[in-house]
Design a binder for this molecule. Structure first.
Ligand code: KG4
Ligand code: ZN
Length: 352
């Protein structure tokens, strides 16, 4: 029997099992991560090696440096995940890995490692879409959460409003027409000279600022539930340049507060519009920008006003991690979706 025939049989048998442990690996950008997840929702271990220190010098992620660091770290990170879970390689039921979207060289490290490991252990390999991973981070925080619900996915590369449907399928109802929300935060931070990674630093400084001091434009988008951040970014760059040209010291706290306010208002506004029009009573937040303090507060207030139940992933599951990949992999496995040794990294992999 070939590897894939054996594995398909093995994966079918796993669907009947009471306890399924997945070793998940994530290497799509600048975090090398591994986790052991039980039955899709129990986190037995969650190890994240952040490469931030390696990239800070360059003001952003350098793909070649990221790939090399993944090669060096993936083995130690996986072994730590197993030892923290108190299990060995033989106790894993399946190996899961992020197949895309992300940096191709970075993804390839995780994909190659996972393929080698799955083949050597003769265990099923599960390919996971990184965006589905972010959405499934909510299942780690809310063990009873089940579709259908609306999900706002905001990361460095995505700003999507999706309907998560029964059967674990996804429907895109709105997305950014230009920059992603995280990308916009990072660019605004860079304009102000804040070090990489800009988004979380901008968020922290904005807590001390006056969000109403400067007015920034509200964009018009084609779709009612779509987003746009590039006009806002240009207006922000012009505002700061004019101040610099006039020789004024930049009021950094107020500027960050105004920018954050404008991004968050747009995110909240469209999500509430969509929830109202589609009759959604449950909203989940996902992605790196889900850690944004104002976004969490404003969404909570807006949902409370409308009687919508809001699901906010724990902060440790907002940024990139492998626990969320394990949660998504469990769903794919339960739907009988296993990969084979032809799996390749796909930097532009789409969820819908
Ligand atoms: O999901 P993620 O870790 O990686 C991608 O899949 O892209 O998201 C990273 C993005 C970066 O743009 C980062 O600046 C942003 O999330 N981010 C934040 C905050 N924490 C992370 N943006 C605003 N406020 C934050 N607190
Ligand atoms: Zn991510």
């Amino acid at each position: 029997m070939s590897y894939i025939e054996r594995i398909k049989q093995g994966a079918d048998a796993l669907r009947e099992r009471k306890v399924v442990r997945i070793l998940a690996i994530e290497s799509s950008c600048d975090e090398t991560a591994a986790a052991v997840i039980e039955n899709g929702r129990g986190v037995l271990s969650d190890v994240v090696y952040s490469q931030i220190d390696l990239h800070t010098l360059y003001g952003g992620v350098v793909p070649e440096i990221a790939s090399r660091a993944h090669v060096e770290e993936v083995g130690p990170v996986v072994r730590r995940a197993l030892s923290e879970a108190g299990i060995g390689f033989a106790d894993i039921d399946a190996v899961a890995v992020t197949a895309g979207p992300g940096l191709v060289g970075a993804l390839l490290v995780g994909v190659s490692y996972a393929k080698g490991l799955a083949f050597a252990l003769d265990k099923p390999l599960v390919a996971v879409n990184h965006i589905e991973g972010h959405i499934c981070a909510n299942y780690l925080t809310y063990a009873a959460l089940k579709p259908p619900f609306l999900c706002l996915v905001v990361s460095g590369g995505h700003s999507h409003l999706m309907q998560v449907e029964v059967g674990d399928s996804y429907r895109l109802i709105g997305c950014t027409q230009d920059d992603a929300a995280g990308e916009a935060f990072d660019k605004a931070a860079r304009v102000l000279g804040l070090p990489y990674p800009g988004g979380p630093r901008l968020d922290a400084i904005a807590e001390e600022g006056d969000a109403l001091r400067f007015s920034l434009p509200t964009p018009h988008t084609q779709g009612r539930f779509d987003y746009s951040f590039s006009g806002l970014k240009t207006a922000f760059i012009n505002l700061t340049h004019q101040m610099k040209q006039r020789g004024e010291a930049l009021p950094v706290a107020d500027l960050t507060a105004c920018f954050r306010h404008a991004v968050v208002e747009q995110l909240v506004d469209r999500a509430m519009l969509a929830a109202g029009e589609l009759g959604e009573t449950r909203l989940a937040l996902a992605g790196g920008v889900a850690a944004n303090k104002l976004l969490r507060r404003r969404l909570q207030a807006a949902c409370d006003e409308r009687g919508i139940t809001l699901y906010l992933p724990e902060l440790k599951y907002c940024g990139d991690n492998a626990a969320m990949i394990g949660a998504a992999a469990y769903l794919r496995l339960m739907h009988g979706q296993v990969a084979d040794m032809r799996l390749n990294a796909n930097p532009a992999l789409r969820l819908v």
